[in-house]
Every structure is written in C-alpha cells, then in structure tokens.
Design a protein around this ligand. Structure first.
Ligand code: SF4
Ligand code: SF4
Ligand code: SF4
Length: 581
C-alpha cells in the first residue's frame, strides 16, 4: 500500500493506483476530458493536471501513479489557470453553437466551461472547418465540434477492434478521420454507435428520425404503430433523472399513447417470434447436418461486421430477421388483415437502444409483406427528446400496458436485451423441443454475466452442445478466428456488437466518463431485464399465446414457407475500407 496526501487529506491506496483514482477515494474531484476508464488513459488533454510537491511542472492525474509520501495539490491557482488555458484553447477552435447542439445539457465540455466560468473566449483566430458527414443512415459526424480527445478512436480500435476512425494530420490540421476522409457509410464502420457513447461533445450523434415520426403522427391518413425493444425500458428513465436500471415500461407506454401512436406493441413479442424461428432453424441444422455453428443474426452492427470481415462465414448466420423487423413484417401482414387497414397506410416505428437498426431497416430483403417492415427507427435518446418536446411529465405518468393483440411477451423476450440473453432464451425452447420434456431450470448461468466471451458445454437429450456468447466486436473477432481456423467446434454462437449487449447499445442514454468509471451501468440495466424475466408468468417463447395463435391462424409451422417469406432474410458480402489500406 502507498500513503500520500491530497489537498491535506491522508489517503492509502494500492501500488499502481493513479492520482485520479486516489483522489476519488477521499472525495476529491479532478476534472477530466480525454479520460475514459480502461479505454483512453493517455493524459492528452491535460485537464486533470495537479501539482506534486518537489516537482517542476504539473503531473497528469489520470496517468501519474501514486508514490510513497507524495504530496498532491489539485486546486492551486496555478492548477486552475492551467486548466483554464486548456479549456480556452479547445473552445477557440470549437463550434460553440451550444443552443442547437444535440448534447446541449449533457456535454462534458459545456459543463467544464460552466464550472470554470468561461465568460469570454480569450484566444481568437482561425478555426478548422469540416464538412458534416451525414451520408450514412445511422450516424452523423460533425467534426467542427470535435475536441480531439480521441475517446472515439480508442473505443473503435480497442473495444470494437475495427479502427474505422483514427487521428490524422498534425498541429492545427489535426483531425479524427476515416480512410481517405470518406463517409462512415463507405468505410468499415459497423454503425454500432459505441463512438457516440464515448464522445464527450456533440461531434458524433445518431441520425435524427424524430422529424419523420412527428410527420407520420400528424398525418391523418397514417395508422402509426410503435414497438419498443427490451433494453429501452430499463434505460429511458435515465433521461428523466431516474436511477439507472429502473424499469419504466408502464410510463413509457403511457407516454407513447400521449404522443399519439395508434397502437403500442412490445418488441419482446417480436423476440419470442425470433426464438421460435431461430430455435427451429438450429434444431434443423443440428439434427439434419446443416451448417454449424449457427450464429445469431439479431444485432445489425454484428451482421454488418461479418459481412465485411468474414463473408466466408455468412452461411453460418441464422437467416432470421431481428425481432423488430420480424414484428414489423407481421404488423403489415397479419395485423393489417386483422384490423382491415391497407398496409401501405401503416407506419411502423421501432424504438431501439441501437443506431445500427437505422441501417438495418434500409437493408434489402427487409420487406416481408411487400412494404418496408419498419418505416422509422428512433433510439432511446430520440424517444426521450420527443417526450420532452411534447412537455410530458414523464416521471409523474401512471403506468399502462402494451396493446392487444400483439403486446403479450414472455420473460425470454425480455432478456434479449443483454449479452447471453438470446442464447438463454433460445436454449429454453430448443431444450424442450428436443427432449419433449419441461426443463427443470430455466436459468443458464454460464451464459450470464459481464464477461466479453462466455463458453459452455451443455447436454441436450444425450448430445453435447457447445455454445459461446460474445459481446463487443473485438471479442466476436476472437470467436470468428477460432471457427475459421477449426480450433473450436461450437454448435451455437451468440454475438452482439455492443459490449454487454443492447443494454449498452449505441442509442442508449449517454453517461459521462466519470459515471462510466464509477457505476456498473451494464449490470444495473441487465439485472432489471432479468428481474422482468423472473417476474413473468410465462418465461418460454414457445408458450406465448400470441405466438400460438398467429402460427395457428396465419403463419403455419415455425420455419415453414410463410414464416420464411415474412420472418427471414439474406446477407451480402461487403467491401471494407480500413484506414491503413
Ligand atoms: S459506429 Fe462503431 S464501428 Fe463505426 S466508427 Fe463508431 S465505434 Fe467504430
Ligand atoms: S469525435 Fe468526440 S470522441 Fe472523437 S475525438 Fe472528437 S470529441 Fe473526442
Ligand atoms: S448489440 Fe444491440 S444495440 Fe448493439 S448493434 Fe447489436 S442490436 Fe444494436
């Protein structure tokens, strides 16, 4: 253990601890900007400078390790002035249009400018001007707001193993860019949106779709149906100051009704359909010698990744659409017939924790009923914006339930939103279908938890089934290499592009670097989903009465002809352009 003092307070910490972490132990806050725990610990921006007695110059608290007897001061006039200079320099080359910025109110730079009482820009001169990249269906890059912290670069490279963006130029021409400064649409970006979650300012954001949704809601000729993904309900409350991991499903449904949607359905029901189809597809491949391992296909960031990086493994992908796409196709076919409304007049909105779903909805072969399955995708953040625009007092809302007849879902559908959830939900159905017996235990502990890769060997009906679950694309890459080299003989693989799964998706509420360092956000959101599952009366997709009815009345057999037409899709090999090419 190391003993030191910070601002006169004694603190004892383990060797190897940084000054920043040591200060936190005694409730001393040191401001940071480029720091992102475990991802970007480089000391570049120098916002966290401190004075160490007996040393010349400043130490950088986020990387400087503590030493025995160290005397640290975090708040001297010299420190404050040094930080102020850092801020002044950043602001001098920053597009300061805060009032019209998506991050107005949640921007880490804006907060620091307030805290340091920046009431004037001291350094005036030339500013870099960048063209805004809004060509992709999912992400907008406005590098006029970029402060060169490189949190996005580190996230894309280290967490996702991709490197779609990187630092270019020097000095005044420094920038964060892509291969030949192409649009994110035309490089090896998967649209996972993890860089948006990492960005402290408004330089990266989702492509806004709220305008299209407002227009549809105001169009009297349109029948507007909304569906909400499992992970949205355990994060939306955060946008209204509620505790991380609060399940706000009831308030969310009430808010959607107040916004004017004609019907509010639950994508968890769509997830139950995905399990029926995916489970059936797995049993078919497993028992009849089809292509194995079968790899899940419900994460569009992951699907885009495999199409670009492992096209030879496309036959391993399940042909199942993701839950909201399946559900959209059913709304425009089965449900349209039920309510006798022309499907061309139905406008399906998906509320997702994900920006890649904005791209997914535009893919070919996503028009099961002859019309686009889904007409607009908005993220959790965009839904919160709509609720705020409508001046709805979200926290004070009463609860309501999803609409019939497509609003009933099982606990299996709920856990889809976290890493391991798709695998667990599928195994509950596969196990019972293969053995013909009711499972004694529904929880598959080996596929739960925070690890990026979880492997397990199960015994189903006397046969060994090797499964693996990976989240985060760097981990996905490890599994794909194992499969390609023949080192692993998995039968069933679940991949989610975002580390931790959709609960940590690129469309979820953005938490600050300090919150990410001190709160286990993933577990709080995931645990809320497991609680929904535990409390559900029905916890197996194949027991959902809505599914039973729709298969009986309309679809026929799971995996049958009509189900294939509506609920399955196809993939393409894609070119990829990496920065180093
Ligand atoms: S969306 Fe994902 S893949 Fe694309 S640049 Fe951001 S982190 Fe990288
Ligand atoms: S885009 Fe955002 S995260 Fe990336 S370097 Fe610029 S400010 Fe930092
Ligand atoms: S893990 Fe979820 S949020 Fe992330 S890309 Fe996949 S579907 Fe979207």
């Amino acid at each position: 253990m190391i003993n030191l003092t910070i601002n006169g307070k004694s603190v004892q910490v383990e060797e190897g601890t940084t000054i920043l972490e040591a200060a936190k132990k005694v409730n001393i806050d040191i401001p940071t900007l480029c720091f992102l725990k475990d991802i970007n610990e480089v000391g570049d921006c120098r916002m966290c400078v401190v004075e160490v007695e007996g040393r010349r110059g400043f130490a950088t608290a986020c990387i400087q390790k503590v030493e025995e007897g160290m005397v640290v001061k975090t708040n001297t006039p010299a420190v404050t002035e040094a930080r102020r200079v850092v801020l002044d320099l950043i602001l001098s080359n920053h597009d300061r249009e805060c009032l019209t910025c998506t991050r107005n109110g949640t921007c880490e730079l804006q907060k620091l400018a307030q805290e340091f009482y920046i009431d004037d820009i001291r350094y005036k001169g030339d500013r870099n001007v960048h063209e805004i990249d809004d060509l992709s269906p999912a992400i907008v890059r406005d590098f006029n707001k970029c402060i060169l912290c490189r949190r996005c670069v580190a996230t894309c490279k280290k967490v996702q193993g991709i490197g779609a963006i990187d630092s270019t130029g020097r000095g005044f021409t420094s920038a964060v860019s892509t291969y030949k400064n192409k649009s994110l649409n035309d490089v090896n970006c998967t649209f996972c949106g993890q860089c948006i979650e990492a960005c402290p300012v408004g330089a990266l954001k989702e492509k806004d779709s709220t305008g299209e949704v407002w227009r549809a809601l105001r169009d009297e000729d349109k029948y507007v149906v909304v569906q909400t993904a499992p992970a949205v309900r355990v994060a939306l409350g955060e946008e209204f100051g509620m505790e991380i991991g609060t399940n706000v499903a009831g308030k969310m449904v009430t808010a959607l009704k107040e916004l004017g949607f004609d019907k509010v359905f639950d994508t968890n029901t769509g997830a139950d359909f995905t399990i029926m189809e995916e489970g059936t597809e797995f049993i078919e491949r497993f028992t009849k010698g089809g292509t194995l391992p079968m790899i899940t296909s419900c994460s569009p960031g992951w699907v885009r990744y495999i199409e670009m990086n492992y096209p030879e493994l496309i036959p391993n992908l399940s042909t199942c659409k993701s839950p909201h796409q399946m559900f959209g196709a059913l709304i425009k076919s089965y449900y349209a017939e039920k309510i006798n409304v022309d499907p061309s007049k139905i406008f399906v909105v998906s509320v997702m924790p994900c920006v890649a779903k904005k791209f997914e909805r535009t893919r070919d072969n996503m028009s099961g009923a002859g019309y686009k399955d889904v007409d607009a995708v908005i993220t959790t953040r965009e839904l919160a914006r709509m609720i705020k625009q409508a001046h709805i007092d979200f926290v004070g809302l009463d609860d309501s339930g999803f609409d019939d007849p497509m609003g009933e879902a099982t606990g299996a559908g709920a856990i889809f939103g976290t890493t391991g959830g798709v695998m667990e939900a599928a195994l509950r159905t596969v196990q019972e279908k293969l053995t013909g017996k009711e499972a004694e235990k529904l929880e598959y502990e080996p596929v739960r938890g925070a690890e990026g890769i979880k492997r397990a060997t199960l015994n189903i009906n006397g046969k060994e089934v090797k499964v693996v679950v990976a989240s985060g694309l760097k981990n996905a890459q490890i599994i794909m290499e194992e499969i390609k080299s023949g080192k692993a003989d998995y039968q069933f693989v679940e991949i989610m592009a975002c580390p931790g799964g959709c609960v940590m998706g690129g469309g979820q509420p953005i938490r600050t670097s300090k919150e990410r360092a001190s709160i286990d956000i993933r577990s709080k959101r995931a645990n809320a989903l497991y609680t929904i599952d535990e409390k559900s009366v029905l916890r197996k997709s194949h027991e959902n009465p809505v599914l039973k009815k729709i298969y009986k009345e309309y679809l026929g057999e799971a995996g049958g002809h009509k189900a294939h037409e509506l609920l399955h899709t196809s993939y393409v090999a894609r070119e990829k352009y990496k920065l180093e090419e």
